[in-house]
Ligand binder design. Structure first.
Ligand code: ISE
Length: 347
């Protein structure tokens, strides 16, 4: 295979970013097809890329014989149908979170993929590819912190789009720490509680912001997350793990500290998630392209087309967020309900 022909579905903020990334930075792949529910937007992007076509119907784009693999950056509610089409056509897919918008359909996707006996779905939890998270995980694996016990996180956004409601703080923002917890600790989350302090007066009417999430894992580890999505400041994602022999923290923007006259010091805070996690997105997409290419060139016997979070990880995150939204309403800890992974052969 010369170059992996990728269809990017959904060319809003994230999808357009992926198109530019694949077009300019990623080796071994090219954007062959783009699609968006705003047809003109897709056509405009296609016109700027050699050999790229706009296709009006996302399902036609997935089925197209000149498409080898798919990036889904479409709205969450459309994912279920599009993922099923990818499975039906045997197309590897990198799906931006969420896998689907509810636990039942997420589990259905996990089962359908498992029945195929091929791992075709990777979920875009990009923090797993960030160098700082990788360093934190490596420090734990090397035993530097002894047994890890507690994780403190802060997840702050300067602002959120119009219509962002309290449950989206859980499903759209906290979902990253949900995946980070499972990734860093290699442990499932068994309960979640959302506490609502007094709301930021500058937050839109009705938005519970900030929120504090308290997670507990199967082995009893504690994770707390301050979610504050209307700070008006900049993009801040900090994570500190405390263990029996010490602690380690990432996300301090320390590369940017400057000292200047007259005796002040400081730096810039990253403005948004595309800047903060730019390296992670690049690494994620390059490793996905390499894994898919290795799978495709391996012929029909190849069973693995992912290198990162799987459909199961998407399902697990959906299950935790579902419980989180229940807790958002009740204020009480809610047990996470998940099926036993071993009960689904191949999951
Ligand atoms: C957004 O969808 C993201 O994925 C960002 O990483 C996160 O910081 C933000 O809160 C979400 O709305």
């Amino acid at each position: 295979m010369s170059e992996l022909r990728v269809a990017v579905l959904g060319v809003g903020l994230m999808g357009a970013d992926h198109v530019a990334r694949i077009d300019r930075k990623i080796k071994g792949a090219r954007v062959a097809v783009v699609n968006d529910f705003v047809a003109e937007k897709a056509e405009q992007i296609a016109a700027g890329i050699d050999g790229c076509r706009a296709i009006g119907d996302p399902l036609d784009a997935i089925a197209d014989p000149e498409v080898d693999a798919v990036v889904l950056a479409t709205p969450g509610p459309t994912h279920e149908k599009q993922l099923l089409a990818c499975l039906e056509h045997g197309k590897p897919v990198l799906c931006e979170k969420p896998l689907t918008t509810d636990v039942t359909t997420s589990l259905e996707i996990v089962k359908r993929e498992a029945e195929l006996g091929r791992r075709l779905i990777q979920v875009g939890f990009m923090r797993r590819f960030d160098n700082e998270y990788a360093a934190l995980k490596a420090a734990i694996a090397a035993g530097d912190l002894g047994t890890p016990l507690v994780m403190h996180c802060a997840h702050r956004n300067p602002a959120v789009p119009h219509g962002f409601d309290s449950s989206m703080v859980v499903r759209d923002s906290l979902v990253h720490e949900v995946d980070v917890t499972r990734f860093i600790f290699d442990d499932e989350i068994t309960s979640i509680q959302i506490v609502k302090p007094a709301a930021n007066p500058a937050a839109p009417e009705g938005l519970a912001d900030p929120q504090i999430a308290i997670l507990r894992t199967a082995s009893g580890k504690h994770v707390d997350v301050e979610l504050f999505v209307t700070t008006g400041v900049a993009y801040e994602v900090r994570t500190e793990v405390v263990g029996e022999k010490g602690s380690a923290m990432i996300g301090l923007d320390v590369n940017l500290v400057r000292k200047s006259a007259p005796g002040t010091w400081g730096g810039q805070i990253t403005p948004g998630f595309r800047e903060r996690f730019g390296q992670a997105y690049d690494t994620e997409v390059q490793r996905w392209v390499d894994a898919v290419t290795a799978g495709v060139t391996g012929g029909n016997s190849a069973a693995n087309f992912v290198d990162g979070p799987t459909a199961w990880d998407g399902y697990a995150a959906a299950a935790v967020c579902e419980a989180g939204v229940q807790s958002l309403h009740s204020g009480l800890p809610v047990e996470v309900e998940m099926v036993d992974r071993a009960s689904i052969k191949g999951a």
